[in-house]
Design a protein around this ligand. Structure first.
Ligand code: NAD
Ligand code: 0WE
Length: 258
């Protein structure tokens, strides 16, 4: 059994119960970790407090607002965390965003501004929150982000997000190297497609799910809880020798050729 009692985990990207981050937070909390949830906008404050209580964190965990495209908000967030907890141990980055047009239009038409936003929110934010968290990880730690196979192979309409995920995966390797001497590990999970808020309105999503059922060695799609379990492992002492790695949790889809 993995025991995270006394450990503090900061979780970015928990919008609702279907979020991949919800399942990750749930597994960390079940293992005894105290949760700090970071939500994007003031509008989500009530939901965040409710999610904290659903996760059994009333009176122990905290929720703070932070838009990761804003340096001032990241600074303010880690100042709030530092005043509430003496140290943190785990950081979960489960954030990705590109303007809707960039996921609809031909990739050739990607605008400079849409490219910038996708990379700012989906890639630079990992570097920024890692830097904010590092001074609080005085006892070493584990950082984890979420990526997708579209970083390596072309999926229709994933477009600039695929380019951003390729950058994110490279950032994982550079951060792992930067933080290794502090005994802070940095990894990513490459999750198979899951119906979440981030999948809403994506026309081809059902086709992508069907392709996994047909082709993946396990002939089914992955569940949030399976991503949560792998996240728990990667953030636990059981994974003490793993850093800079991209772990697929995709029912084996990525190994198939046809
Ligand atoms: P989700 O919509 O539940 O989570 C995305 C989160 O990003 C939301 O909580 C949103 O508030 C947050 N976010 C966006 N912009 C932000 C900003 N400026 N500041 C702070 N937070 C911001 O969807 P999800 O599917 O759980 O996505 C989480 C991660 O998993 C993303 O990185 C996504 O790319 C990745 N992923 C998703 C799938 C999938 O099929 N759903 C597969 C592989 C990887
Ligand atoms: O990373 C993602 C989705 C990320 C995402 C989703 C949206 C929808 C709403 C980023 N930005 C936005 N912007 C919006 O306005 N996934 C891995 C899920 C996903 O998205 C796809 C996929 C898959 C899988 C888009 C096209 C094709 C496949």
């Amino acid at each position: 059994m993995i025991d995270l009692k006394g450990k503090v985990a900061v979780v970015f990207g928990l919008a609702n119960k279907r979020s991949i981050a919800y399942s990750v937070a749930q597994k960390l909390a079940e293992a005894g970790a105290t949760l700090v949830l970071s939500y994007q906008s003031e509008r989500l404050q009530r939901e965040a407090e409710e999610l904290l209580s659903d996760l059994g964190q009333t009176g122990t965990g905290r929720a703070f607002q932070c838009d990761v495209s804003r340096d001032d908000q990241i600074d303010a967030l880690f100042a709030q965390i530092a005043s509430a907890f003496p140290k943190i141990d785990i950081l979960i980055h489960s954030i990705g965003f590109a303007p809707a047009d960039a996921l609809k239009n031909d990739f050739l038409l990607t605008t400079r501004e849409d490219f910038r936003i996708a990379h700012d929110v989906s890639v630079y934010s990992l570097i920024a929150v890692a830097r904010g968290a590092t001074p609080l990880m005085t006892d070493g730690g584990a950082m984890l982000t979420l990526t997708y196979y579209g970083a390596e192979k072309v999926f229709p309409n994933y477009n600039v997000m695929g380019v951003a995920k390729a950058g994110l995966e490279a950032a994982v390797r550079y951060l792992a190297t930067s933080l290794g001497a502090k005994n802070i590990r940095v990894n990513a999970i490459s999750a198979g497609p899951i119906r979440t808020l981030a999948a809403r309105g994506i026309g081809e999503f059902s086709q992508i799910l069907n392709a996994v059922t047909a082709r993946a060695p396990l002939h089914r799609n992955v569940e949030q809880a399976e991503v949560g379990n792998t996240a728990l492992f990667l953030c636990s002492p059981l994974a003490s020798g793993i850093t800079g790695e991209i772990t697929f949790v995709d029912c084996g889809f990525n190994i198939t050729g046809v």
